[in-house]
Write a protein that binds this ligand. Sequence first.
Ligand code: PEP
Ligand code: MN
Length: 342
Amino acid sequence: MIIKMSGAATEEEIDHVVTRVKECGCQPHISRGVEHIIIGAVGSPDKRNELEALRAAPAVEDVIPITHPFKLVSRQYKLGRSIVKVGPVSIGNGEVVVIAGPCSVESRAQLLMTAHAVRDAGANMLRGGAYKPRTSPYDFQGLGVEALQFLKTAREETGLPVVTEVMSTEDVEIVAEYADMLQVGARNMQNFSLLRRLARSERPILLKRGPSATIKEWLLAAEYLLAGGNPNVVLCERGIKTFETETRNTLDLAAVALAKELSHLPVIVDPSHATGRRSLVPGVSRAAIAVGADGLMIEVHPEPERALSDGPQSLDLEGFAQLMSHLEEPAPRLARTNAVPA
Ligand code: PEP
Ligand code: MN
């Protein structure tokens, strides 16, 4: 339920509504705008009728049921869009943020070389996996804490804030000590104990969509983070499983546009995991921007053919610089031959 109050409501009037929301068995979440104050009443109310009766309370303009199962992430709940700050970078303010770096942190030299190159090419943030979710237990699993230390050095040298994946609750503390943003990998999207733990973290979260998750399930995973107290969440579409096998996954661009219609959270796109093919990354990146993505996350490696993970989808340093220089290219390609009557 959303209680919409006038922007001119006094603190006393707001407190009254907050108290009533609690008495009705819900948690109040306040969003303050200039014209309106929104109080989200989240939970299953014991006293629904009494909550609805708040229509008659002073300064209350309306009481509106939220029709979606996700509440705090919904557009209805928040006035305007969320902007998530990661160090000096803002995600969701209308500008496209580019996050780039290797799939896995493999060595100090590999990471630093990549970090400097992507920074010089215009990237805003650095990525790199320290703990890797691999399909096979025999594949490279990541360098762990050593990789976190390299990421810290890379941030110190380049100024780029760092995002890296955290796979389990026991690693949250150490990863949060080194990284500016914590990534929840696609395969962990519904790891509810991890989500609950991350909800209590001070760090912003990059929440990847599960390979088989519906948009609703993805937004409900984000709801765990917001309901648990962490409002700094960025959604990332990285392709879903379909019958197609020629691409690694199938990029759901409509989901990007729809997630932005349904939620106030920023949405970025990972064209590397979505396609699995380096040749497709530049075009798909422009398409993601065209549907309204707030950012891109792109895998880059100095020598993709030697990469310990995801080489075929990684751009080399030159390829990434090329992509950056063409990202804003317009496409004035509409056929105009039918414009003149005979
Ligand atoms: C990654 O970003 O390196 C990764 C493992 O991605 P995903 O969880 O989307 O597969
Ligand atoms: Mn990868």
